[in-house]
Write a protein that binds this ligand. Structure first.
Ligand code: ATP
Length: 334
């Protein structure tokens, strides 16, 4: 459904020198610097898949989404979305895609969202019966009945975001780009939007590319993630494998039944091939290589007075942090 090959976007940025004389000189002789916001990335997304698109600030996520929706022209590379070349901006393409940006509004501030929806009905030539059926679907799924007739400026951030999603999905696109759709929302509202995104994906077999800084969104919605850093794709695969690849360690949390000297605890952990992360009696946190964690746990159980033991993968947040720093280290080695 989405095919991206060697995609590159280079921005030309005007370099401003400090000082008055330099400003005057720049009126006649402008200097430019090139920024590769997206740098030769490749991926394919099949129909109906929800894919998380992760990367630190400035990594190139929004630029990629703008390229995929045709708002930007690539510097080089190939993009095909639903069989279309996005930057040609054909009407048939516009009817199949949508871009939702959590930080930007497409609703008109002083009128109720329901009136913006009517404008969209005309723009996208939605027949009256389909329009009514779609509004009913969204009203039920997003609990909109008390919201859509209030002027948008009176809505809370979460209520507005629900209406933004309706405005973006009213023409029922089957390819949807969601750029931080839950940003700034409380956990309940994030959860409500997540459930809605899941239903929309299921009901219309929509292909969805989603960026979010909230890992709860990503782990709830996406089996697969793309990780971009400094314009380059550094990972494409299952979330579970992301943990294997970037975090070779597992965390063991133990509760001890008697106070043991720190040096004894450290020696037992070291003998088992692990490392003490924190020891504050009765709690002991240990880290060990994932393939040796069973042996390490067995050793700790025999050598220390353990009354409770749990083994966990590191949080997705910390794995993503490791992925970004490894990506950055790879870059600086190049
Ligand atoms: N119009 C532009 N002109 C010049 N440089 C730009 C422009 N838009 C983005 N950039 C630069 O391109 C790089 C990628 O930006 P982009 O907005 O795609 O990142 P992002 O991954 O979406 O970041 P964030 O998570 O902060 O939104 C950044 O270095 C940014 O400063």
């Amino acid at each position: 459904m989405i095919h991206v090959e060697g995609l590159t976007k280079i921005y030309r940025v005007h370099v401003r020198q400090p000082g008055f004389v330099a400003s005057l000189r720049s009126l006649f002789h402008r200097e430019y610097r090139e920024v590769a916001a997206v740098d030769g990335i490749n991926f394919d997304i099949p129909e109906g898949q929800i894919v998380g698109f992760l990367g630190p600030n400035g990594a190139g996520k929004t630029t990629t989404m703008k390229l995929l929706t045709g708002l930007l022209h690539p510097t080089s590379g190939r993009i095909e979305v639903g069989g279309f070349v996005p930057f040609r901006q054909q009407n048939a393409f516009k009817k199949r895609v949508s871009l939702v940006m959590g930080q930007k509004s497409q609703l008109i501030w002083d009128i109720p969202a329901s009136e913006t929806f009517l404008i969209h009905k005309e723009i996208y030539e939605i027949p009256a019966a389909s329009f009514k059926e779609r509004i009913d679907y969204f009203t039920e799924m997003l609990d909109l009945s008390l919201i859509i007739d209030k002027p948008v400026r009176q809505l809370s951030l979460g209520e507005r975001m629900k209406c933004e999603l309706v405005a973006a999905l009213l023409h029922r696109p089957d390819i949807v780009f969601l750029d931080e759709p839950t940003i700034g929302l409380d956990v309940n509202m994030q959860e409500a939007l997540r459930r809605f995104i899941q239903s929309y994906n299921r009901d219309y077999k929509a292909t969805i590319l989603l960026t979010s800084h909230y890992m709860a969104d990503v782990s709830a919605l996406c089996e697969r993630v793309l990780v971009i850093n400094d314009g380059k794709l550094i990972y494409d695969g299952a979330i579970s494998k992301l943990i294997d690849r970037f975090s070779p360690m597992k965390r063991i949390t133990l509760v001890l039944g008697a106070k043991i000297d720190t040096s004894v605890v450290e020696a037992a952990v070291r003998n088992g091939g692990g490392r003490v992360v924190a020891y504050d009696y009765p709690q002991l946190e240990v880290e060990g290589p994932r393939e040796e964690v069973t042996g390490l746990s067995a050793k700790l159980l025999t050598e220390l007075p353990v009354i409770d033991l749990t083994i966990e993968d590191p949080s997705l947040e910390s794995v993503i942090g490791l992925a970004y720093s490894e990506g950055a280290a790879g870059e600086s080695r190049r």
